[in-house]
Design a protein around this ligand. Structure first.
Ligand code: MSP
Length: 467
């Protein structure tokens, strides 16, 4: 392992309350950050909100508020939620902060001076939900499939970023794994996209969107929200737009949902290449949490509330359910019923029950728990980042332990054969200590409580059943 580890989360749009889809990315990033902290590395986990652009301008207007006032409220909701979910982020960046704005303007001026940006005209179909220009082939029956909205035809004067001239170099960097994209099928998807068409130059400014960072070389235009947003990965580390880069750069892992992979694997690295800045090492891509078969979104009205989840399943229950809901990288459809079933099966019955059984059966014997081993191979969790597979491994151990208690009839052994009972309890306590350690990055409070229960040899209900 290296001595520093920088992991980023996407910055969230402040157009509506945070939901479980947002929590999914950030919880996953927090788990990775925690694993690396256990390995004694210097870790930086970034967080933040993406606050400019047409979507937010419109939402604020609908709410009868000034954009910044609107952004203040929702940004605070995200920050608050990360507190509730035990996210140990190191810094929270808002793209409306003066320092960020200044750095973005310096960077744009630099690109303009070196002629990577030029004035032109862009014609295209703009989806406000995506804050992106789409192509005919991206649409389903003329509508954006993610937002179920018809994009707006736009033709406007703007500034464009040269993309094509960097296309070959970008392909080489991805092929040589200088910029790695995981899971591999997403890398294949991006490579095939890059090899099968000429990259169009990207419009980096909007003429009629007032809620944005003014271009330093043309005050009639504001910066396209994605260009502004990408820079957060540097400004969150304190970068001021000058040549000296923060020590934590390059990012070791950038975690993101598949809907924002294309921009992260094309526009973002090409900006960095123009600026002569090293690329992030890895993009790790996850699928979407679906509800009723569609990506959860406020626009579609199929959102499962994160507040309800927290209330019902607690912090660690929520963290567990999010990460174990499905295969990381693929879409997963969730319903409150299925989450409830899984909570009762895995946490109330599986883990919670195992601990209370072992501790109760040990009440009279008082066998002492060992310390368990250290989390010896955090790489297990980080190399390919499959939190669901990792958790599944732990739950197999839990199932085996519960099975062993049944098969050996431990409750009878404690009366009939104390020596054998002690041996088995010792083995089980060691396993529980081990489980507590493995669970630390995913369920930090639970891990701590298990350790205390084992130390005091006193059962308590970790996960009350829910309806
Ligand atoms: N603001 C941009 C990101 C800029 S990063 C330089 C954005 N914001 S977002 O709020 O729409 O989405 C942020 C992240 O949340 C993305 O990684 C996205 O995939 C994730 N999710 C939003 N809804 C989701 C689900 N329903 N399921 C899983 N993740 C989802 O895009």
């Amino acid at each position: 392992m290296n001595d520093k580890f920088y992991i980023t989360t996407p910055i969230y749009y402040v157009n509506g309350r945070p939901h479980i889809g947002h929590a999914y990315t950030t919880v996953a990033a927090d788990v990775l950050a925690r694993v690396h902290r256990l390995g004694n590395e210097k870790v930086f986990l970034s967080a933040g909100t993406d606050e400019h652009g047409l979507k937010i301008q419109q939402k604020a207007q609908e709410a009868g508020k000034e954009p910044l006032e609107f952004a203040d409220e929702i940004s605070a909701q995200f920050k608050n939620l990360w507190g509730q979910l035990d996210i140990e982020y190191d810094s929270f960046i808002r793209t409306t902060s003066p320092k960020h704005i200044e750095a973005v303007q310096k960077m744009l001026q630099k690109l303009y001076d070196q002629k990577a940006i030029y004035k032109g005209i862009y014609r295209g179909l703009y989806c406000v939900g995506c804050e992106q220009f789409l192509h005919e082939k991206d649409l389903v029956e003329g509508r954006c499939p993610d937002h179920d909205q018809e994009p707006e035809a736009v033709e406007e004067e703007c500034y464009l970023l040269k993309m094509t001239e960097k296309q070959e170099e970008l392909i080489r960097k991805i092929e040589s794994k200088e910029l790695q994209i995981l899971p591999e099928r997403y890398e294949k998807e991006i490579l095939s996209f890059l090899k099968n068409q000429r990259l169009e130059d990207v419009s980096i400014s909007r003429k009629n969107v007032t809620w944005g960072i003014p271009l330093p070389f043309d005050n009639d235009q504001t910066t396209y929200v994605w260009i502004d947003a990408f820079l957060n990965y540097l400004t969150v580390l304190g970068w001021n737009g000058e040549d000296t880069l923060p020590d934590f750069w390059p990012a070791d892992i950038q975690l993101l949902g598949k809907d924002i992979l294309r921009v992260h694997a094309t526009i973002w690295p090409i900006i960095l290449m123009h600026l002569g800045i090293e690329l992030p090492k890895k993009l790790i891509v996850h699928g979407h949490i679906l509800s009723r078969g569609k990506k959860m979104s406020k626009t579609l009205g199929n959102v499962i509330s994160i507040d309800e989840m927290l209330e019902k399943f607690g912090v660690d229950g929520t963290r567990y359910l999010l990460l174990s809901a499905g295969t990381f990288g693929e879409d997963v459809d969730v319903t409150t019923e299925r989450l409830t079933e899984k909570y009762n099966a895995d946490l109330a019955n599986g883990l919670g029950n195992l601990i209370s059984r072992v501790v109760k059966l040990n009440e009279k014997l008082g066998v002492e728990a060992g310390d368990g081993a250290r989390l010896s191979e955090p790489e297990d969790l980080t190399s390919k980042f499959n939190p669901d597979v990792f958790l599944d491994g732990i739950w197999q151990k839990i199932a085996q332990a519960n099975k062993k208690i049944e098969e050996e009839k431990l409750w009878e052994l404690v009366k009939s054969n104390e020596t054998k009972a002690r041996e088995l309890i010792k083995e089980l306590l060691w396993l529980l200590a081990q489980i507590a350690i493995l669970l630390t990055p995913v369920m930090p409070q639970t891990a701590q409580r298990i350790k205390t229960i084992l130390k005091n040899n006193q059962a308590e209900i970790l996960f009350p059943r829910v309806k």
